[in-house]
Design a protein around this ligand. Structure first.
Ligand code: NAD
Length: 490
């Protein structure tokens, strides 16, 4: 096992090219969720600090050279950020595991490389962009330019901090905007390094700023109400999205929201269970179930219910729950005490609703140094009523519910019977059914016989209460640019 003892870190704000202390000298603590050890003291941005960050981003936008430099030069710097991230991937993965409690190996092999890819992808993608041309007889020529919007507030959650922040920062920078970033208060460690990584890549001061703090009456709210912020790209809870939309309304900010989910993972009787079971285990318990795309409602056709329950339970029991820094660990703790209390409150809700516990529901047996960590076993319930709270609410932890069904129509009604619509998963060997279900489920991404496969060009986002707008490829670039039509008399 790797050494988990860490030196206490001091995390500062990154404003206009330098790390600075909070002007109010207010600091908050960050804990390792596996041990409750305090790992960092973080400077909380006051209103004045957020104001300075937004003003710096405005000045860097208006005065250049970021917006005005040759596109190839700008994109080379974004690509350089990606290279630096890969050069520092062990350090970043170690910090992400420490902060979030996710397995180091997953951060190292998937999330940090994907963060680098987010930046490189948008630099490459931007280079390929053309525009529209509309000749009007021989009298006029219209052509379109895509210009940066201005100052972007990038506000991100704690479950995939570095990956999700770069997913926004890539298109934001590639299209010439400047940014004020705010990571989630409980997991700020990796994102705080984006300031120095941007600087090392040669990105001018003021283009990338990172502030820390909370939401209400703190950095988050100060950013979303700030007059110098033109657009807000937010990933987080649906309720937070509503608050941000209200706060941004007075200054008419452009918004892009990626919000909560409660995905149906539909397993038909003809599914290939050899594939469906291991992937459904991933979809249920990856990152301790703290994934917006988690397949947390597993709809299983009655004919295969017994077999599925036996095999799914065996596979869940085989997961290694343990120290995130240990390379053998499949699942770590949940992220914080508050979140642990929320997730475990659903155990009594499930019992109250007469759900049948199939597996888990307790603290796993762990070595002494993890005895205070926020751990819960992978937990599986069977519930016949799709309206039960555990089938409707986003638990965002290692707790999944199996809901039996008989017909395709019934599966569809259950899949669509929530306020969310981020994604769904379908397991069937019947091609026509795969298409039918994919067309009729109201969600932004449908995975057929797979899960979590991402092409960064494809649109990503939610129907219903799961979001507003789409990220990915030209969808991200459209959000971060203003289209300008130029009409020339010939
Ligand atoms: P959250 O909404 O509590 O916090 C997200 C961010 O918003 C944090 O940085 C927080 O400080 C900030 N914030 C909170 N209140 C604010 C306010 N009033 N004004 C401005 N900023 C504010 O979400 P979380 O608990 O960190 O993350 C979990 C949620 O994120 C889940 O609902 C999950 O489904 C969702 N999520 C969605 C996606 C997606 O792509 N759709 C991806 C990951 C996570």
């Amino acid at each position: 096992m790797e050494n988990t003892q860490t030196k206490l870190k001091e995390v500062k704000l990154f404003i206009n090219g330098e790390y600075v202390e909070s002007s109010s000298q207010t600091l908050f603590e960050v804990k390792n969720p596996a041990t409750q050890e305090i790992i960092a003291k973080v400077h909380e941005a006051s209103f004045e600090d957020v104001d300075r960050a937004c003003e710096a981003a405005r000045q860097a936008f208006e005065e250049g050279p970021w917006r005005t430099m040759p596109v190839s030069e700008r994109l080379a710097k974004v690509r350089r950020m990606a290279e630096i991230i890969l050069e520092r991937k062990e350090e970043l993965a170690r910090l992400e595991a420490l902060d979030v409690g996710k397995p180091y190996q997953v951060a190292l092999e998937r999330e940090i490389p994907r963060a680098a890819e987010n930046l490189k992808f948008f630099a490459d993608f931007m280079e390929q962009q053309g525009g529209e041309v509309y000749p009007m007889d021989d009298a006029y020529l219209n052509y379109t330019r895509y210009e940066p919007v201005g100052v972007a507030a990038l506000i991100t959650p704690w479950n995939l901090p570095f990956m999700l922040t770069t997913w926004k920062l890539g298109p934001c920078l590639a299209s010439g905007n400047t940014a004020v970033i705010k990571p989630a208060e409980i997991t700020p460690l990796t994102v705080s390094l984006l300031g120095e990584i941007a600087q090392q890549a040669g990105i001018p001061d003021g283009v990338v700023n990172v502030v820390h703090g909370f939401g209400v009456q703190s950095a988050g709210e100060f950013m979303t109400t700030h007059p110098e912020v033109d657009l807000i790209s937010f990933t987080g809870e649906t309720t937070t999205g509503k608050a941000i939309m209200k706060n941004g309304a007075d200054s008419l900010k452009k918004v892009s929201f990626e919000l909560g989910g409660k995905a149906a993972n539909i397993i038909f009787e003809d599914a290939n269970l050899e594939k469906a079971i291991p992937v459904s285990i991933q979809a249920a318990f990856m990152n301790s179930g703290q994934v917006c795309l988690a397949g947390s409602r597993i709809l299983v056709q009655h004919a295969i219910l017994d077999e599925f329950l036996t095999r799914f339970k065996e596979a869940a029991a085989a997961l290694v729950v343990g120290d995130p820094q240990d390379s053998k660990t499949n699942m770590g703790p949940v992220v914080s005490e508050t979140h642990y209390n929320k997730v475990t409150s659903y155990l009594s809700i499930a019992e109250y609703e007469n759900s049948t516990l199939i597996y888990g529901g307790e603290r796993p047996k762990l070595p002494t140094h993890l005895s205070t960590g926020y751990y819960l076993q992978p937990t599986i319930y069977l519930q016949e009523n799709p309206q039960a709270r555990i089938c409707q609410e986003e638990i965002f932890g290692p707790v999944v519910t199996i809901i039996p069904f008989d017909t395709e129509e019934e599966a569809l009604a259950i899949a669509n019977g929530t306020e969310y619509g981020l994604n769904a998963v379908v397991w069937t060997e019947n091609l026509q059914r795969a298409h039918r279900i994919s067309h009729d489920v109201r969600a932004g991404t449908i995975w057929v016989n797979c899960w979590f496969v991402r092409d960064l060009r494809a649109p990503f986002g939610g129907f219903k209460k799961s979001g507003i707008g789409r990220e990915g490829g030209h969808h991200s670039l459209e959000f971060f640019t203003e289209a300008k039509n130029i009409c020339i008399a010939l």
